[in-house]
Design a protein around this ligand. Structure first.
Ligand SMILES: Cc1ncc(COP(=O)(O)O)c(C=O)c1O
Length: 937
């Protein structure tokens, strides 16, 4: 166990899984070279290399059952007995089983050598017999001496029974650090069994893990044994991977453990001498609970039943398809199962999405467990609908919502429908890349304080922010909620995590999700030390914060935990980041007042949900949850690893990096929001630095969202997107003027990464060739194009203000507006007019009035945010932006007619005058915005 490895290997969180595979591959190459030499000095050197490489693999393999120490031992024996061919044969099988992951379903076969000789088997017979069942690994943490582990492993294996649903292999470790390392690195683990009495420190050299642990532990392990680490380990395991089952084996009274608050979340506590079969059954039933998919399981059964349908869904059972002369190809394409699984019935065990009481209810409850919420609602019309449901459920007409102007349009429309008044806050712009970042907390606080000063705080109901943004900006969700609750303790939060649902399954991202932050806040509010901190703040700033007191804005506020409510909603497009069918979405509820609002929530569901929900989408939501609970950790880690590889490969490739680069946190987040100083996710930083940034920085970048600058290669975003699709079959999501957004998810493999790089190399070579063969004029044209794309970028317009006609308090200073009245004015053509974008009339009106007020939402794609909303006064910067815009798709704008405006007469203005009143003089919101170059403006 006491092997030394480089710190960049074993305890490098994201690369360790890949590093292990790479080491196996390297060993394979050495063995290959050795096998090619019959004897001599070179053969001896290669053999020595094999010995050394095997030694280096040991610390990795102590944490895994496959290939594990057992196979390493066999390999060592072969190397020591001078058997290069035998070594190579076994290594090739191991390597291919590892990369294809086939050992999970063929673990009974792989270890036989090519002759099928049973003498070469290194896995026990029991494993071969159980090959067809799903496979996982279980970590046993024990104080028993290492010499006893082989017999303990055998004892665990002997517990297997033919009727077991699954098969697992035990992995033994003997201390806290190795246990945590195994939980981090062994993606096959589903359960952890902890015997009390083990020591803390690992004999491995783990500087990164140790420094991370030192910053997290509430005790100093060097100061001696603080007692038993069992419950501390259980808590740490749950922090890293909450979905794992943890079973404790205690040598003291079980009741003593259960009454300890740290025992929350333990699956079972056993008295150590109890029947081992009980432990075995507990492990299996824990996994079975996660495997169960109540709705999908039932739908499969339903599809097998002979059902006569007299309801309105001819496609159900497929007879209209398969008996047709003309549409049989549809049946052949999808196969009969799809049609057998279609129904419009809510009987026959199918449950109703609108009033779930059976298996849909159970599936939703299981999703709540998996995603850390109190309740989950499945939605089959996308997060566009989920957002509208939440707005409607929470808001009454006239309520104020503090909302990112740059948020998805479903929020804007949701507020129109609910009659709520948006108070738009601005994200910091990244002008250089024609995109926005996220909304600084300061802007949100300022809005709340302004509303408080104006006596309108009681009308503020909701704060809505997008986490993470399209381009990957992740909020400090906990801090935002803490500081806002300090100003208004009953605020409700809607975090639009359309893109971030997967984040629950990464210990890095989880604290920055809505539900992750809610969990830590819940714990903090219950901690007496937190109240003490609050009381100190109260002493200095007072219980009722004074909006005029400048310190309030500058201080990192915390709420009074005795009165602050945790009312948190999260929406996620499960289909965007997990294995759900398109439009599969979830609303996660963590609202301590939900019981009082449940009826309103139901009404919102009734308003927006289809009464004919798609059963396949519901089933896929159920299955997506199962997958994430069982392998989400591994898949998300893989997606992050792939993203980091893409960043590294592109930004360091000698040719590709001449024309393309993936933006770093330093380029995507102004320095003032990155106090940790983290500049890059791949250069000069470790995962411990990245974790510090997660704790300290106002915004961090989700590494899986990669902004690739293509303007420097002479392509605008749309052009490059089309090139990748047309010539290389590479699809992507979003573009800006000079960039495209690539995204890795749980579907990507290392081959996808390699293919992307290959394509970029090819395109870069093409550019080089054109520039070389085209001579000076080609180079000059290229430079001009690059300059136009990267330097001549339009300023991004801020939200100006609502016209006085739509302001509750036109004389006041706050920004909220009655967008709904403006929206409906546009329905009456007699109250509207059009004006052509290029017409000089626009410039005249900007100068002399009357004020131009938008009748519509105007949303260009890209960037995809509304540059005008109904009732908004149109100012010069918005017109300039529209005029420079070179995109074809602009929702709410018909170029042949021009901008649709509300007529001055409808606004109560006379033809030639501009709007008067205090709002006119008030320019853009008094928020601090920061340009891409970091300058405050
Ligand atoms: C931030 C955000 N929220 C919500 C949505 C809507 O999600 P859906 O496509 O699931 O309706 C999107 C879609 O792109 C989005 O980007």
């Amino acid at each position: 166990m006491a092997t030394q490895v480089e710190s960049s290997g074993l305890d490098h969180f994201f690369s360790a899984v890949a590093a292990r595979l790479d080491r196996w591959r390297d060993l394979g190459k050495t063995a290959h070279a050795w096998a090619a030499k019959s004897a001599g000095a070179e053969a001896a050197t290669l053999k020595a290399s094999c010995v050394r490489q095997l030694e280096q693999l040991k610390p990795f393999e102590t944490l895994q059952a496959f290939p594990g120490l057992r196979v390493l031992k066999t390999l060592e024996e072969r190397v020591n007995s001078n058997d290069p061919q035998g070594t190579l044969r076994l290594l090739q099988r191991v390597s291919s089983a590892l990369t294809s992951r086939s050992y999970r379903n063929e673990h009974g076969d792989w270890e036989q050598d090519e002759e099928g000789s049973s003498g070469e088997r290194v896995m026990p017979t029991a494993m071969r017999e159980t090959a067809a069942r799903p496979y996982f690994e279980v970590l046993f943490v024990t104080p028993a001496p290492v010499s006893r582990w082989p017999s303990m492993i055998q004892q665990v294996r002997k517990l297997r029974r033919p009727q077991d649903e699954f098969v697992y292999e035990p992995v033994f470790v003997g201390n806290f650090e190795d246990a945590l390392l195994a939980v981090i690195l062994n993606v096959n683990l589903e359960s952890v069994v902890i015997y009390e009495g083990f020591p803390f420190a690992s004999a491995n050299d783990l500087p990164l893990l140790k420094s991370w642990l030192a910053s997290r532990l509430a005790f100093d392990p060097k100061a001696g044994e603080p007692g038993d680490y069992g419950l501390l380990l259980a808590k740490a395991v749950k922090q890293v991977r909450p979905e794992l089952d943890v079973i404790m084996l205690a040598d003291r009274k079980v009741e003593e453990i259960i009454s300890d608050p740290a025992a929350v979340g333990l699956r079972r506590v056993f008295y150590e001498v109890e029947e081992p079969l009980e432990i075995h059954l507990s492990i299996l039933s824990g996994v079975a609970e996660r495997v169960e998919t109540p709705f999908f399981d039932n739908l499969q059964k339903y599809a097998q039943k002979p059902v006569g349908t007299f309801h309105a869904l001819p496609i159900a059972r497929g007879k209209s398809i398969f008996r047709s002369n003309w549409i049989r190809d549809m049946g052949e394409f999808y196969g009969p199962t799809l049609f057998l699984a279609e129904s419009s019935a809510t009987t026959g065990g199918l449950d109703s999405l609108l009033e779930p009481t059976g298996n849909i209810k159970r599936a939703q409850d299981m999703a709540a467990r998996a995603f850390g919420a109190d309740h989950v609602f499945f939605v089959t019309n996308g997060t566009s609908t989920s957002n509208k449901m939440v707005h409607q459920a929470l808001l009454e007409p006239g309520d104020i919502v503090i909302v990112d102007r740059n948020c998805h349009k479903s929020h804007h429309y949701g507020m129109v429908l609910a009659g709520a008044q948006p108070y738009y806050v601005e994200a910091f712009p990244l002008v250089e890349y024609s995109m926005y970042g996220a909304v600084p907390l300061r802007a949100v606080k300022q809005a709340l304080l302004e509303l408080k000063a104006a006596g309108r705080l009681d009308k503020v109901k909701l704060v809505t922010l997008t986490n993470c943004t399209f381009d990957g900006h992740v909020y400090d969700t906990r801090r935002v909620m803490e500081e806002c609750l300090a100003i208004k303790p009953d605020l409700v939060f809607l975090w639009d995590e359309a893109w971030f649902g997967f984040a629950r399954f990464s210990p890095f991202y989880r604290p920055r999700t809505a539900m992750g932050a809610r969990a830590t806040l819940k714990e903090a509010f219950a901690d007496p030390a937190y109240l003490k901190r609050y009381l100190a703040q109260e002493k200095s700033l007072g219980a009722d914060l004074d909006p005029k007191d400048k310190r309030v804005l500058e201080t990192r506020l915390i709420p009074d935990p005795r009165i602050a409510k945790l009312r948190v909603y999260q929406t996620n497009s499960t289909h965007k980041s997990m294995s759900a069918l398109r439009q599969g979405s979830m609303v996660l509820v963590g609202d301590e007042d939900f019981a009082r609002h449940e009826q309103a929530f139901k009404e919102a569901v009734f308003t927006h949900a289809s009464t004919s929900p798609n059963l396949q989408i519901i089933a896929s939501l159920d299955v997506a949850r199962r997958q994430m609970e069982l392998e989400g950790y591994e898949l998300v880690m893989g997606a992050i690893q792939n993203a980091l590889d893409i960043r590294r490969e592109i930004n360091h490739h000698p040719l590709v990096s001449k024309y393309f680069r993936v933006l770093t946190p330093a380029e995507m987040i102004p320095a003032e929001y990155r106090p940790s100083g983290l500049k890059s996710l791949t250069e000069g930083s470790t995962w411990v630095d990245a974790l510090r940034a997660m704790r300290e920085d106002e915004f961090v970048l989700d590494s899986t969202r990669l902004t690739l600058v293509c303007g420097t290669a002479g392509f605008d975003g749309t052009q490059f997107k089309n090139l990748l699709a047309a010539e290389y079959e590479i699809q992507l999501n979003k573009t800006s003027r000079n960039s495209i957004l690539l995204q890795t998810n749980i579907n990507n493999t290392r081959s996808d990464v390699a293919n992307l790089l290959k394509v970029l190399v090819e395109i870069s070579q093409g550019i080089e060739l054109r520039l070389k063969s085209g001579g000076d004029s080609a180079r000059a044209n290229f430079a001009a194009r690059v300059k136009a794309l990267t330097e001549d970028v339009p300023d991004l317009p801020n939200f100006s203000r609502f016209h006085d006609r739509f302001r509750t308090d036109p004389k006041g200073s706050t920004l909220e507006g009655d967008m709904r009245s403006a929206f409906y004015m546009a329905y009456d053509d007699t109250r509207c007019e059009h004006i052509k974008l290029m017409s000089p009339d626009i410039d005249q009106r900007l100068k002399n009035g009357p004020t131009m007020v938008s009748a519509h939402f105007v949303i260009p794609y890209p960037p995809g945010f509304p540059i005008m909303v109904p009732g908004q006064v149109i100012e010069a910067d918005t017109i300039e932006f529209m005029r420079k815009l070179d995109v074809k798709e602009i929702h709410g704008y018909d170029a042949s007619l021009g901008l649709k405006l509300i007529k001055p007469s409808a606004l109560g203005e006379s033809g030639g005058t501009a709007e008067s009143g205090s709002a006119k003089k008030r320019s853009a919101p008094a928020q601090v915005t920061v340009s891409a170059k970091g300058a405050t403006r």
